[in-house]
Design a protein around this ligand. Structure first.
Ligand code: HEC
Length: 456
């Protein structure tokens, strides 16, 4: 988050206060008799933000992306979310938002802040391709305005044309993200509309998170139909610049949302990852809930839904930055990653709507699996997990075809070592199945009774 945005948020509190003071004396218009002056929806003749990079081909942006991952990722993050360097994935820019300004930032760098310039290192056309990639990853409002209609007596207008009535208040929003809160009016409809950018890459969805949260979503003037419902509707939105309008009525809203900032996000498919906030309520959720779960001084064991890893898997994280997931349904390893452990934040308050996210670099993940039967579910009976003491690495116990096994994990000299042994010590070899193409992962089956999987 950039300083600029913080200042803007602070200013928005003042702004809301002013709004409250001036709206308090309004005569609330009657739903039936409100005058019918049509109010145009906000103009769709948008500023030319998108045009600045839309002319770059997919190939050029792919080249830019490659450069980004080679040169910039360490300071600006895998998702351009920012680290030592600023977040580049929002629409707030400190050194200017135009193509030329962003390209200038990249060309000259900020040597005094540690960012080297690319001028003279790369050709200008490559720097331009990189700039196009960076700009194509922005998401968020470019501008927006609000309109408010009182709904006295809690009557919800059925006719969409009703919203052509003159609002009791409207104006340009001064804060980067709207709240939808209007405490001095008991029942109201509020529309926030303006231009947004949806980043290129993965499919994106507007997600109105929550049951009975009456919000109508329009894109470029068309009412959208939900593509999916995951504890709230998901509306597909194509990448690029669009005019978005969100209309909320307090009537019919679940009491839980009364007077509360609404949680509306842009997410990826099935809302597995919330990419950015469209409302202040969503922003607060994102700020509050990036809770990194890091194994600092001892191995951690976490049973939570993890995005892209089979349900019910048990995740284990070691302080040495090795992590893996064990699936008790198939009794096999279904993922291993290096780096930080998990971001469990979104799950903490959403009662499981959102999976945790494995941080760091994935070495492999399901459907690839390593175990006795590969990823095969047949005849595996998971028994239990044990640890010698609370700070010890875990062992998983299971049975397969009448034979009991123990899978013990630990970090050793060569990396993450997972030993799979027969409990009956019959001297028969333990035969592990593994997909052929996993680099840096080896299996030692030379001992009888025990096999070792080493993830370097
Ligand atoms: C060593 C760390 C580092 C690296 C590597 C780095 N940056 Fe930066 N970047 C920063 C810092 C720090 C800032 C903030 C400068 C300031 O304080 O004004 C920044 C600022 C920027 C800005 C200006 C953002 C704004 O809000 O106006 C852009 C654009 C940018 N970086 C793009 C890139 C790109 C593209 C690359 C790869 C070629 C890159 N950076 C590599 C650290 C880095």
């Amino acid at each position: 988050m950039k300083v600029i945005q913080r200042i803007k948020f602070a200013a928005s509190a003042l702004f809301m206060a002013t709004l409250c003071a001036c709206a308090a004396g309004y005569d609330q218009p009657d739903v039936q008799t409100a005058n019918l002056d049509p109010v145009m929806e906000a103009s769709t003749s948008a500023p030319l933000y998108r045009a600045q990079w839309a002319s770059y081909s997919l190939e050029q942006k792919a080249k830019g992306r490659e450069m980004y991952f080679a040169v910039c990722v360490s300071c600006h993050g895998r998702n351009l979310e920012g680290a030592t360097g600023y977040r580049l994935s929002d629409t707030q820019w400190v050194h200017g938002s135009s193509f030329e300004q962003v390209m200038a930032s990249i060309r000259t760098g900020f040597p005094e802040k540690g960012m080297p310039g690319l001028e003279g290192v790369y050709a200008d056309q490559d720097i331009a391709a990189l700039t196009a990639f960076v700009l194509s990853q922005q998401g968020g409002w470019l501008d927006h305005e609000y309109e408010i209609w009182a709904l006295p007596g809690g009557v919800v207008p059925f006719d969409p044309e009703w919203f052509n009535n003159t609002p009791i208040d409207k104006g340009a929003m001064t804060q980067p993200i709207p709240t939808f809160v209007k405490p001095e009016i008991s029942e109201y409809a509020m529309r926030v509309s303006g231009d947004i950018l949806i980043p290129e890459g993965e499919p994106a969805f507007v997600y109105v998170q929550g049951w009975r949260l009456p919000v109508t979503v329009k894109l470029n003037g068309e009412a959208l139909q939900p593509a999916e419902d995951v504890g709230g509707p998901l509306y597909r939105v194509p990448a690029g610049q669009h005019h978005l309008s969100l209309t909320y009525t307090t009537v019919d809203s679940h009491p839980r949302y009364k007077g509360q900032p609404l949680p509306i996000f842009v997410t990826n498919e099935l809302a597995k990852v919330r990419r950015f906030a469209l409302t202040m309520g969503a922003q607060r959720v994102l700020e509050k809930t990036t809770i990194k779960f890091l194994a600092v001084d001892r191995p951690l064991v976490v049973r939570r839904r993890i995005v892209d890893i089979p349900a019910r898997s048990i995740a284990v994280g070691f302080p040495d930055q090795y992590n893996f997931a064990f699936n008790p349904i198939t009794c096999s390893l279904v993922a291993a990653w290096q780096g930080e452990f998990l971001d469990i934040g979104p799950n903490a308050i959403d009662r499981g709507n959102f999976g945790a996210i494995a941080l760091g670099d994935l070495r492999f993940k399901a459907p690839d699996a390593i175990g006795l039967g590969g990823g095969d579910e047949a005849s595996c009976d998971y028994i239990k997990m044990t640890r010698d003491h609370p700070g010890a690495a875990p062992s998983f116990h299971f049975e397969r075809e009448g034979i009991a096994y123990t899978m013990h994990s630990d970090v050793g000299l060569y990396g993450l070592e997972i030993a799979l042994s027969r409990d009956d010590a019959q001297g028969a070899p333990v035969a592990i199945a593994m997909p052929g193409k996993l680099a840096g992962i080896s299996i030692d089956q030379s001992a009888s009774d025990i096999a070792r999987i080493v993830i370097e």
